[in-house]
Design a protein around this ligand. Structure first.
Ligand code: SAM
Length: 281
């Protein structure tokens, strides 16, 4: 009886703008695998063509990842080697792929990273903001009220915060962030990293909001916003957790009840989460 050794899943980072950032190993893996699972096959075809490479591509995006993952795992179990790529940067980072990676691991398939560009890390590396502890928040919610609530819930977070943002909302988000975190909280806005119009603006959030609002060029392209964490206070972690819990519970309960529960959950003093009489109850 002959049995075929299972293949491997390679999670391959691709450039976030500058083609020179595709690593030699990434190219070698993309050339050698049996199949590439790509977020947008046309986009990946163009990337490969730029390197004179060709491959069999299969679409794997948010809408078909569940069903496609099972088929791809079956192929790897039958011996195929597969690469996973997204349109830009590292797959799974605000991009599809998590379900495929989980299915592969559950199916006994080895999963190997081929690391490379990631906009969040690229921005952090040039922001000049403490990078020893950071929290990646990805995209904020689309709706204004939910976005503001999320920012409010993060206002006491002492780790550096990293957000992805799109051109049509960047000005609004800077304003909302200045409201939630305070006008002077230090931040860096990284735009079009590794591309022709790369810019990194830094300063207080209110100042950044003004500069971007006053210059339509600064509202074009792709953005990462890096925000300095809140100053550490005694019990800072508990307070941050308490404020997050309060903001979430507040959507469903009266403020005093939300504050009592949030204080119990986090161990933060109830009074630091909500002052009765401050409105709402
Ligand atoms: N997987 C990607 C990564 O590793 O960074 C992120 C994909 S996510 C769908 C796309 C977002 O990443 C953009 O909206 C923008 O916020 C950020 N981004 C991607 N490329 C960028 C660049 N060159 N400069 C600044 N931000 C970028």
């Amino acid at each position: 009886m002959s049995s075929t050794a299972p293949g491997r899943l390679h999670v391959v980072a691709t450039p976030i703008g500058n083609l020179g950032d595709l690593s030699p190993r990434a190219l070698q893996v993309l050339r050698s695998v049996d199949r590439i699972a790509a977020e947008d096959t046309r986009h990946t075809q163009q990337l490969l063509a730029a390197f004179g490479a060709r491959a069999t591509l299969v679409a794997l995006h948010d809408h078909n990842e569940g069903s496609q993952s099972a088929q791809l795992v079956a192929r790897m179990q039958a011996g195929e080697n597969i690469a996973l790529v997204s349109d830009a940067g590292t797959p799974l980072v605000s991009d599809p792929g998590f379900r495929l990676v989980r299915a592969a691991r559950e199916g006994g398939i080895a999963v190997s990273p081929v690391p490379g560009a990631c906009a969040a890390i690229a921005a952090l590396s040039v922001a000049g903001i403490a990078s020893d502890r950071f929290a990646f928040e990805g995209f904020l919610p689309n709706k204004a009220a939910a976005r503001r609530a999320r920012l409010q819930a993060l206002s006491a977070e002492s780790r550096t915060l990293i957000f992805y943002e799109s051109s049509h909302r960047v000005a609004e988000t800077l304003n909302d962030a200045a409201q939630a975190f305070g006008p002077d909280r230090r931040a860096a806005l990284a735009r079009e990293l590794t591309k022709r119009f790369e810019t990194v603006l830094d300063g207080g959030l209110a100042e950044l909001a003004l500069r971007v609002a006053g210059d339509s060029d600064q509202q074009r392209g792709e953005f990462v916003l890096v925000v300095e964490g809140a100053p550490e206070q005694d019990g800072g972690e508990a307070l941050a957790q308490g404020r997050r819990a309060f903001a979430l519970l507040r959507e469903h309960l009266p403020p005093s009840q939300a504050a009592r529960l949030a204080a119990e959950i986090s161990g933060a003093p109830r009074k630091r989460l909500y002052e009765p009489g401050a409105g709402g109850d």
